[in-house]
Design a protein around this ligand. Structure first.
Ligand SMILES: Cc1cc2nc3c(=O)[nH]c(=O)nc-3n(C[C@H](O)[C@H](O)[C@H](O)COP(=O)(O)OP(=O)(O)OC[C@H]3O[C@@H](n4cnc5c(N)ncnc54)[C@H](O)[C@@H]3O)c2cc1C
Length: 440
C-alpha cells in the first residue's frame, strides 16, 4: 500500500510560496498514483502534483495531498527515426538533456533552468526565446493523462485531439501527466555572443535583431539606456569561451546581493547599482560555444520575485518605452536589473500566452537579497497596467492578479479549456487556491 508522509513542508524554489500538505507522496508506479487518487476520493481531499517546484507562484501548493513525481522519471522510448522521445512526467530536463545527447538528439529550445520536470514545464507554458520557436509545449507531440476517475487517456493530434490541445498547457488541473513525448532535433552546439547596446538602438532595429539571430534576446537595465544584446545560433565550431576577465561572475553576484541589501535602506542606490553592474559585467563583448542546453540554461543566482507577460510582438517598443517613462516619472519606484525581453512564435495551444500571435515576453524582477523582500507593489501594478493595456497575457507559472473574468477576455479558447476540465475533473480534485481564481 502506498505511503503518504505527514508533516512535510513544501516551498517553491524562490521560497516565496509554500504549503503544508496533509500527506506527501512520492509514487513509483501508476498503480500507486491510482491508489492515492482513490484515497483522495474516499476522504474528499484535493490532490496537487508537483514537478521541480520552480513555479514562482502558488500554482503547485496544496494543504491536502501532494504527489511529487521525482521517482517517475524514466526515459521510456527513443525513436531515432522520428527523433522523438517518450519520458515519464517526473523526469527533470537536466537528466533528459544528458540522455538525449547520448542518442545524438536535443530539445530545440529550453528555459533558463533544467531542474524542472517534463510535465511541470509544459504545465505552465515555459518559454525561451527565438521568433521561429514556440514555447516548450509546442515541442510536445503526445502525452498520457491519468484522470480523476482513474482512467488513462492517450492524447495527440490524432487521438483525443481536443484534450491534447488543452493538456499541452494543462495548469496541473486535468489529471496526472504520466508521460510526455517530445519532438526533438539533432544534437547541436550554440554560439553565444553578448554585446552592449542601448534601448533606443535595439527597439529601433528590433526586426533586424530578430532576423539576425535564431535565439535573440536582450536585457535592459532599468533607470538607464543600457542594454545587453544576446545572440545564440547553431554552429559547427568546437566549444570555447572568451578569455574570462579576472573578475569572476560569481564574485560579482555576491557583491550584487550585498549592495541590493544595502539599497533596501537607501532605495535611490538601485539606479547606480544597475549602472555599475552593467559596466562591470555586461559592457564588453563575450563569446561562448557549447552544447545547446549549456547555453540555453543560465545561472539564476539568488531568490527573486518575477512577473513575465506576453504581449503581441508589435507592441514591444511602445510597452517598454512606457515602462521606462513610468520609472522616470516616479523616482520612488525602483526596478532591479534586468528586464529580460524574449520572443516566441505564435501557436494554437488553447491556454498559451502566444495563442495565435507572435509574442514578446517581458520579464521583470525584484531580488530578495538574503531573503529580504523589497517593496515592489507600485512597480508590479504599473507593469501589469502596461501589459494589460497592450493586450498582454500573464505567464501561468508566475504570480499575477488575473481572475476568470480577465482570462476569458484574453484567451479566445478559454471556454473550450474549461469544458474539458469540467468533464475530466467534475469534482475539482486537482484544483487549489491559485486555480480557483482562474476558474471561478
Ligand atoms: C530559476 C528559475 C528560472 C526559470 N526560468 C524560466 C524560463 O526561462 N522561462 C519560463 O517560461 N519559465 C521559467 N521559470 C518558470 C518555470 O519554468 C516554470 O515554473 C515550470 O513550470 C517549472 O517546472 P516544475 O517542474 O518546477 O513545475 P512545478 O512548479 O512543480 O509545477 C508547475 C505546474 O505543473 C503541474 N505539474 C507538475 N507535474 C505534473 C504532473 N506530472 N501532472 C500534472 N501536473 C503536474 C503542477 O501541479 C503545477 O500546476 C523559471 C523558474 C525559476 C525558479
Amino acid at each position: 500500500m502506498v505511503h503518504g508522509q505527514g508533516g512535510f513542508k513544501f516551498q517553491n524554489w524562490a521560497k516565496t510560496y509554500g504549503s503544508s500538505p496533509e500527506l506527501y507522496f512520492q509514487p513509483t508506479s501508476v498503480e500507486e498514483i491510482r491508489e492515492i487518487l482513490d484515497m483522495a476520493r474516499q476522504r474528499d481531499k484535493r490532490v496537487k502534483v508537483v514537478g521541480g517546484g520552480h513555479s514562482p507562484s502558488d500554482i503547485a501548493c496544496t494543504d491536502d495531498f501532494m504527489i511529487q513525481m521525482g521517482k517517475m522519471n524514466r526515459v521510456l522510448k527513443v525513436d531515432k527515426e522520428k527523433q522523438q522521445v517518450t519520458v515519464e512526467g517526473g523526469i527533470f530536463l537536466s537528466d533528459l538533456n544528458i540522455e538525449l545527447s547520448k542518442h545524438g538528439l536535443a530539445l530545440a529550445n529550453l528555459g533558463a533552468v533544467s531542474e524542472v520536470a517534463a510535465a511541470g514545464v509544459i504545465g505552465t507554458g515555459t518559454h525561451n526565446t527565438g521568433i521561429k520557436h514556440g514555447i516548450l509545449p509546442t515541442q510536445v507531440v503526445a502525452l498520457t493523462l491519468l484522470t480523476a476517475s482513474g482512467e488513462i487517456l492517450e492524447c495527440s493530434e490524432s487521438i483525443n485531439a481536443d484534450i491534447f490541445q488543452a493538456a499541452r498547457l494543462h495548469l496541473g488541473c486535468l489529471g496526472v501527466v504520466l508521460t510526455v513525448t517530445f519532438q526533438c532535433v539533432p544534437q547541436f552546439h550554440l554560439h553565444e555572443v553578448a554585446f552592449p547596446s542601448t534601448l533606443t538602438e535595439v527597439l529601433d532595429h528590433l526586426n533586424d535583431h530578430l532576423q539576425r539571430s535564431q535565439y535573440f534576446r536582450f536585457l535592459w537595465f532599468p533607470h538607464s539606456e543600457n542594454v545587453s544584446v544576446i545572440y545564440q545560433d547553431p554552429t559547427n565550431k568546437s566549444p570555447s569561451s572568451s578569455a574570462s576577465w579576472w573578475w569572476d561572475y560569481a564574485v560579482g553576484y555576491y557583491l550584487l546581493e550585498f549592495l541590493l541589501w544595502i539599497s533596501t535602506f537607501v532605495p535611490s542606490l538601485v539606479c547606480w547599482i544597475n549602472r555599475f553592474f552593467f559596466w562591470l559585467l555586461f559592457s564588453s563583448r563575450v563569446e561562448n560555444i557549447a552544447i545547446s542546453y549549456k547555453i540555453f540554461n543560465y545561472e539564476c543566482r539568488f531568490k527573486q520575485h518575477v512577473q513575465d507577460w506576453a504581449i503581441p510582438i508589435e507592441k514591444t517598443k511602445e510597452a517598454l518605452l512606457e515602462l521606462k517613462a513610468a520609472l522616470e516619472n516616479n523616482p520612488k519606484m525602483v526596478a532591479h536589473y534586468p528586464v529580460e525581453v524574449r520572443f516566441a512564435r505564435g501557436d494554437e495551444i488553447w491556454l498559451s500566452p502566444c495563442f495565435q500571435r507572435d509574442s514578446c515576453y517581458m520579464n521583470i524582477i525584484m531580488y530578495r537579497p538574503y531573503g529580504k523582500n523589497v517593496p515592489r507593489l507600485n512597480y508590479w501594478l504599473t507593469y501589469e497596467g502596461i501589459m494589460k493595456k497592450h493586450g498582454g497575457r500573464p505567464h501561468w507559472a508566475k504570480a499575477h492578479s488575473c481572475t476568470r473574468k480577465d482570462l476569458e477576455k484574453m484567451y479566445p479558447a478559454f471556454p473550450k479549456f474549461c469544458s474539458i476540465r469540467e468533464k475530466l475533473d467534475p469534482t475539482g480534485m486537482f484544483l487549489n487556491t491559485y486555480l480557483e481564481k482562474v476558474f471561478y
